[in-house]
Design a protein around this ligand. Structure first.
Ligand code: SF4
Length: 267
């Protein structure tokens, strides 16, 4: 794994590649971002952004959402998938905000993750983007990008979050997540577009896997050594060094005199 100064330099370079990196979810306050992030599980930000304007018009705050009927809510969020579970989480989250936090979104990890449907990733999204508290959400994109570059190791989000947070100053935590999420969506996809990558020179995966594959394909395309050409008598350097000669391929036709010579010899 790379040292902290290298991790910070790599995040800075990615920040230059994605100068406006931010969450792609649309929201106006912490409550809306919390609800939108719950909806984004197993869905896309684009899909959630289509659904939320009508949702927030009908349920503009935690008090309104806490009183929602599940059947009504399910219809509105149907296209985001897992709508029954998400409806339950949204109503439960809103009721907990009303009952335990005066309808406000709490600004700390423990209280957020105690809300129904809110895990560490969702809490970090809300803390970092809407509440001004450093948070580094780790999703599948961050896992892939960080492991490939070599700025984190492992497939457990909590461990990768701890590694990245340990290497970066808190004011860069949320940015580090945003730029890696965008990089994972646009360039460092499962099949990466390394020729468009600003951190290629620092990337372990590029050095150990991609460039090795490029060399292998290059060798395969250049083909095997040239074979000897019998029509010209030329051959490969190896054949010439052995003194190999083209083989004669035509047989001499036998004449009656040849047959007589054979009979005489037998006597
Ligand atoms: S060089 Fe390729 S594998 Fe490495 S981070 Fe960039 S896009 Fe991803």
């Amino acid at each position: 794994m790379k040292p902290p100064n290298a991790v910070e330099r790599i995040i800075d370079t990615l920040s230059e590649q994605y100068p406006n990196a931010d969450t792609e979810l649309h929201y106006r306050n912490a409550f809306e971002l919390l609800a939108a992030t719950i909806l984004s599980a197993q869905s896309t930000d684009e899909r959630v952004n289509i659904v939320t304007p009508a949702l927030f018009k009908r349920y503009p705050d935690a008090r309104a959402l806490a009183k929602a009927k599940p059947a009504d809510l399910e219809k509105m969020i149907l296209s985001t998938g897992f709508f029954r579970q998400k409806s339950k989480s949204l109503i439960g989250m809103a009721q907990a905000l009303v009952n335990e936090h005066g309808a406000d979104v709490p600004a700390d990890m423990d209280h957020l993750t105690a809300l129904p449907g809110v895990g560490r990733k969702t809490a970090n999204v809300v803390l970092g983007h809407a509440l001004g508290v450093p948070g580094l959400p780790v999703d599948r994109h961050v896992l892939r990008v960080a492991n490939r570059i070599g700025i984190a190791e492992g497939d457990e989000p909590v461990k990768v979050e701890a590694q990245l947070c340990g290497a970066l100053p808190p004011e860069k935590w949320t940015l580090a997540s945003d730029v890696q999420i965008l990089h994972g969506r646009r360039v460092c996809r499962p099949k990466p577009l390394c020729d468009q990558c600003s951190v290629r020179d620092d990337c372990d995966y590029y050095r150990n896997v991609v460039s090795v594959e490029i060399s292998r394909v290059g060798r395969a395309l250049s083909g095997p050594p040239r074979e000897a050409d019998p029509s010209t008598g030329s051959g490969s350097p190896r054949a010439k060094s052995r003194g190999d000669k083209p083989r004669a391929t035509s047989k001499k036709k036998k004449t009656p005199n040849d047959a007589r010579r054979v009979r005489t010899a037998r006597r």
